[in-house]
Design a protein around this ligand. Sequence first.
Ligand code: BGC
Length: 437
Amino acid sequence: MPRPVSPGHPLPEGFLMGASTSAHQIEGNNHASDWWALEHRPGTFVTEPSGDAADSWHRWPEDMDLLSELGFNAYRFSIEWARIEPEPGRVSRAALLHYRDMVRGALERGLQPVVTLHHFTSPRWFTERGGWSAPEATELFAGYARTVLPVLAEGVRYVATINEPNMIALMHTLLRAARPEDRGAGTEGAAAHVARALPDAQVTEALVAAHRAARAVLKEALPALRVGWTVANQVYQAQPGAEEATAAHAHPREDVFLEAARGDDWVGVQSYTRTRVGPEGPLPVPEGAETTLTGWEYYPQALAEAIRHTAAVTGPGVPVLVTENGIATADDRRRVAYTAAALAGLAETLREGVDVRGYLHWSALDNYEWGTYGPTFGLIAVDPETFARTPKPSARWLGALARSGRLPADGEAGHEGGTGARGPAVAPGPAQATSGR
Ligand code: BGC
């Protein structure tokens, strides 16, 4: 018996539906950045350098053409500080014009640009001076925000100052303390080490200060700009008896960054999976749970939980934009199933009255996943030799959904778009797992 198809949840007026990328992960040849330096240093966790990435530095018009043709109305991308200010105080006018053209190009194609100023990478000189732990970090970042005003003045509405500050502060701890035995993502030891590591407290403070300083610069010059930042949502789930341990675990790793978003124009939710926490700390993914190419538990329900948690911590008046949600998989049908279930959860949060303004899937393209090209998150495949782009069925499915102006209802998830890509409404599977995220 075919199941009756429910009409799905209508999207609020002006809801953004699109996809996300970051400069370093797709542009290629980001020579002046600290990540490029890290990729070419022996003995790190990096397994391959970014190289040409997806060559989006040259091919961004094609990327935007595809996103617009697929049916999306928004594109989140980042602009690269290391290209704009490759040496301290030396601003590349060409790089500024490049990003100005990208903003114009997005608007011309009907894509609302959501622009991230800092997505994990910094200029090499900034990091050599001590990066986020240097006393002048706030001032330098605020100066960069001032430098990029001409790019944002071209009609940008949404700006994210810093992507996943909680991951930056965590990376700081991990890179400083990296011991050979902790390397080798995927081993249980490494995952447990990452799960227990604490974001550096000084860097956390510096990032909050830098966010506030940049926001002040942006709002003073362009008051209509909606400024926020994006946080990696871990969806910490307390196991019985571990409520206090979970709250204590979550605060420095996530909630302190959400609290800093109070008073912002919006906050970015970035959700992939969940982390169960027991009285002794985070629990590993148990054997038998479905995992993705990054080793994370397949758990699309995480998105709704992340949205609810974020809204609860920031309080009313801070709209949510889902700025990342997706799955690393070679099986595109799992991407459709995952996304459909995640969106059905998002629809629930809208019904509950949460002010969600958009959904930007991670990622538009298969890209450089911080040390490796292995995990493929893209809606669009990229040939590493020719850079030819090929939209996957999931891209057509999600684009058709965006055009329809509706979100999948629970029970019909994965059956939209007529692409042949099918998936169940809710992920199968044992709900017992966690990730090393
Ligand atoms: C980051 C992206 C990354 C994605 C998947 C987020 O932490 O913002 O740069 O590729 O998750 O790992």
